[in-house]
Design a binder for this molecule. Structure first.
Ligand code: NAD
Length: 468
């Protein structure tokens, strides 16, 4: 890269959960670099440009403060993708890579159409040498596809392709970006040009991350490491969830088991908290992708191994919903059930693949009446989730489900409360007041093991927690 070390302009295609926060953190750490985040979705860009920071399209602790500091100075959000591409020396591709919903690999493979569209657009517009960074999570060897498109449809200019997967976790994205455990950069480390491109990207992260945290590998290792990291994390959740079912049958307590095994530093204490099941946009799709790649390469046993992580997750969500029905005397028809939480985890408004929507769908099929309260998720998102998942019409969903802005109202007159997200505020509610306003016996199904079991059973609740 000719202009190595003198990077003054970067562009990110895709203003989503990754593109927005990642570029905000780069802009705030590199005031001399112009950062343009571009997207095809004009509504999303308008929300990013919103004067009222509460209207940013993404909720993440600390994000509003950073956007307030750098937006309009060296961080810009725009729909002018061509300008963004033209002016940038480094282009991050941070578009969505969902599971395919059609054709070959339907329901398993990653849909790379948005990645390909980006590559074609860059090839069409670029007239100068550029570094292209894969930020999206993609199947191993996707860089080859991008390279082929860039080299065969472009203006005969040089592109350097790097893989730089994002490991941030929603809910702690800003902290994760600002203080990343590691930053992974995969590139062509066999050539001088490739090494220069790696160093160029590395030099940006070195502005705020210690050099030893930047791991440099070949492109294929980097691409595969991202899928592997998510598969390992999800596998831990499914492992402890499988044990939670065993605990319920044996009198063991899953939180005690977690504490006991987590004290072993070979195992570690993170990601072994039993729950109603993992959600989020990544774990399921990335494991499906890993399973698909393994199958395509003839590695059936490997595919089956990873697929089991997803089967246990589905089992856990279903088990939770079935348990509500069986405890409520085998029928929830016409009964009000309050849902506390809809987001797939606390401190985010993201609801993609949230366990809540699967549990709700199960109960709505049983014609329960659900009232949902979530501190950050908006009503239209909840109905969009249900429409995506179920065969019921939007009108039918509106008849059965109400979204509340007050948790006490959501719980009032209900037969049961189901806790689907581990929002901290749930721990400090006036549970006595909630109990008094509920139908008796008053049930709580705590899908996150967040409430104080002694306190609640003393009040009189019939409490069900995972793995207890
Ligand atoms: N969300 C996470 O926690 C997370 C973490 C690590 C990695 N990832 C990966 O990062 C990638 C992006 O995820 P996300 O959660 O930010 O997705 P997202 O859906 O929130 O955002 C993607 C954005 O890309 C835009 N887009 C799609 N095609 C485009 C095109 N051709 N030109 C311009 N814009 C286009 C969409 O309009 C959308 O706003 C995915 O591959 C995901 O697997 C996500």
């Amino acid at each position: 890269m000719k202009s190595y070390k003198k990077i003054t302009n970067i562009c990110c295609i895709g203003a989503g959960y990754v593109g927005g926060p990642t570029m905000a953190v780069i802009a705030s750490n590199c005031p001399d670099i112009m950062v343009n985040v571009v997207d095809v979705n004009p509504n999303r860009i308008a929300d990013w440009n919103s004067l009222n920071l509460d209207n940013l399209p993404i909720y993440e602790p600390g994000l509003q403060e950073i956007v307030a500091k750098v937006r309009g100075k060296n961080l810009f959000f725009s729909t002018d993708i061509e300008k963004g591409i033209r002016e940038a020396q480094i282009i991050f591709i941070s578009v969505n890579t969902p599971t395919k919903t059609y054709g070959k690999g339907k329901g398993m493979a990653a849909d790379l159409k948005y990645i390909e569209l980006c590559a074609r657009k860059i090839a069409e517009i670029a007239t100068e040498e550029k570094i292209i960074v894969e930020k999206s999570t993609i199947p191993v060897r996707t860089a080859q596809t991008i390279k082929t498109i860039l080299e065969n449809t472009g203006n005969n200019i040089k592109f350097h392709i790097l893989s730089n997967p994002e490991f941030l976790a929603e809910g702690t994205a800003i902290e994760d970006l600002q203080n990343a455990d590691r930053m992974l950069i995969g590139g062509d480390n066999t050539t001088k040009e490739g090494q220069d491109a790696i160093e160029c990207l590395s030099s940006i992260y070195e502005r705020w991350l210690p050099k030893e945290r930047i791991i440099k590998t070949n492109v294929w290792s980097s691409e595969l490491s991202k899928l592997t990291a998510n598969a390992f994390l999800a596998q831990r959740v499914s492992s402890i969830n499988a044990i939670s079912a065993l605990c319920e049958k044996t009198g063991a307590d899953v939180d005690e088991v977690s504490r006991a095994i987590g004290a072993d530093n070979r195992i570690g204490s993170k990601f072994i908290k039993a729950s109603v099941g993992f959600g989020g946009s990544c774990f399921q799709k990335d494991i499906l992708n890993l399973v698909y790649i393994s199958k395509t390469l003839g590695l059936e046993e490997v595919a089956d191994y990873w697929e089991q992580v997803l089967l246990i997750n589905d089992y856990q969500k279903r088990r939770f919903a079935e348990n509500i029905v069986s405890n409520l005397f085998n029928t929830v028809s016409g009964k009000k059930i309050a849902f506390l939480g809809w987001a797939f985890k606390k401190n985010t408004n993201d609801t993609r693949e949230t366990a809540a929507m699967y549990v709700a769908d199960y109960l709505l099929e049983e014609t329960a009446i659900i009232h949902v309260y979530d501190p950050k998720v908006k009503s239209n998102q909840i109905f969009a989730d249900l429409e995506y998942l179920s065969s019921r019409t939007n009108e039918e969903n509106h008849k059965l489900l109400k979204v509340e802005t007050d948790p006490y109202q959501a719980c009032k007159e209900s037969h049961a409360v189901a806790i689907l997200t581990e929002w901290d505020e749930f721990k400090t509610y006036d549970w006595q007041r909630i109990y008094e306003n509920m139908k008796k016996p008053a049930f709580i199904f705590d899908g996150r093991n967040v409430v104080d079991s002694k306190k609640l059973t003393d009040i009189g609740f019939k409490l069900y927690q995972i793995g207890k």
